[in-house]
Write a protein that binds this ligand. Structure first.
Ligand SMILES: NC(=O)c1ccc[n+]([C@@H]2O[C@H](COP(=O)([O-])OP(=O)(O)OC[C@H]3O[C@@H](n4cnc5c(N)ncnc54)[C@H](OP(=O)(O)O)[C@@H]3O)[C@@H](O)[C@H]2O)c1
Length: 295
């Protein structure tokens, strides 16, 4: 399969991706659109004419399948695109969702699985879905023997990495389940951006990530992006005519399709084999569906 190149770079903003694109009449749902990358994507999409629906957490709590079900059951009308953007990172203590899933996996992956499957009947033919992952998916696959850290020590970043691998597998799973209806789903890594996502990181972790200096000031290394740049791939995947019909792919923080690589302890570029493994995507889909159906 030939890798897809785009004319965009790591510095391209969401507004630049949408230059000349008219989204009048398009209805786009974005989760977590009240801050950070989601807000930047929502602004650019609205500027291009789209109707953007962006529920706050009190209307749609992705960590609670009851809330997700109520939200999708109340939905009326067509959906042209969804950006599964909301997320949490490095929750310090092991916490569980109402349904007993580890909180990061339960929010970042399962909540979006439930939302997308709940809205399935409203997705128009050719609907486009963008799922926000992270380069941290290179750190590890989904541990199907112990996804909720019941029998292994909880590690905040291992749990985040697992949840972000799961989001790529969700894009793969959608392609496998809904591809024949012309629905497309792709995953993306936005890069490094200072946002509220880092709320759980203490100064040591921020310094280790190169994001804070010794005096406690935020640092903006060259490879850091603005939220408007971080949102570029989100809007590219749901609205750029250049990506129409593309599905099941993962785009790196340079807005190019990533190479499939063997992951490792040091995150590098690319998408890990375990993040795009069709068997893992099917297994995760079945696990999520069983949980949702129990509700
Ligand atoms: N920033 C980065 O460097 C970076 C790197 C890689 C990947 N990402 C990914 O990019 C996405 C956007 O993150 P961001 O950096 O823009 O961070 P952010 O500003 O913290 O935005 C995350 C959004 O998700 C929402 N959210 C969290 N838990 C939720 C829940 N249970 N139900 C509904 N909404 C919930 C938050 O709502 P509240 O305001 O109510 O908390 C917030 O609006 C995330 O998926 C993140 O993992 C970011």
């Amino acid at each position: 399969m030939t890798r897809i190149n785009t004319p965009f770079t790591a510095r391209t903003t969401a507004a630049e991706v949408l230059a000349g694109v008219d989204l009048t009449g398009k209805r786009i749902l974005i989760t977590g659109g009240g801050s950070g990358l989601g807000q930047a994507a929502a602004d650019a999409l609205r500027q291009a004419g789209a109707e953007v629906v962006s529920p706050a957490r009190k209307e749609l709590d992705l960590s609670d399948l009851g809330s997700v079900r109520a939200y999708s059951e109340a939905w009326t009308g067509p959906v042209d695109a969804v950006i599964a953007n909301a997320g949490i990172m490095a929750v310090p203590e092991r916490r569980l969702t109402a349904q007993g899933w580890e909180l990061q996996l339960g929010t970042n992956f399962l909540g979006h699985f439930a939302l997308l499957t709940g809205l399935r009947e409203h997705l128009v033919p050719g609907a486009r879905i963008a799922i926000v992952s992270s380069g941290i998916q290179l750190r590890g696959g989904v541990d199907f023997d112990d996804p909720h850290f019941e029998n292994r020590p909880y590690d905040a970043f291992a749990a985040y990495a697992q949840s972000k691998t799961a989001t790529v597998l969700l894009a793969v799973g959608i392609g496998r389940h809904w591809g024949t209806d012309g629905i497309t789903a792709n995953a993306l890594a936005p890069g490094y951006i200072h946002t509220n996502l880092q709320r759980h990181l203490g100064p040591d972790a921020m310094r280790a990530a190169g994001a804070m200096d010794d005096e406690g000031n935020l640092v903006h290394p060259d490879y850091y992006k603005t939220p408007e740049q971080g949102a570029a791939a989100e809007v590219m995947l749901v609205a750029s005519p250049l990506l129409a019909g593309v599905t099941g792919r993962y785009f790196d923080d340079d807005n190019q399709e990533a190479e499939v690589v063997t992951g490792g302890p040091e995150p590098a570029k690319g998408v890990a084999e375990w993040s795009v493994d069709p068997a893992a995507a099917d297994r995760l889909w079945d696990l999520a569906e069983a949980t949702v159906n129990k509700l």
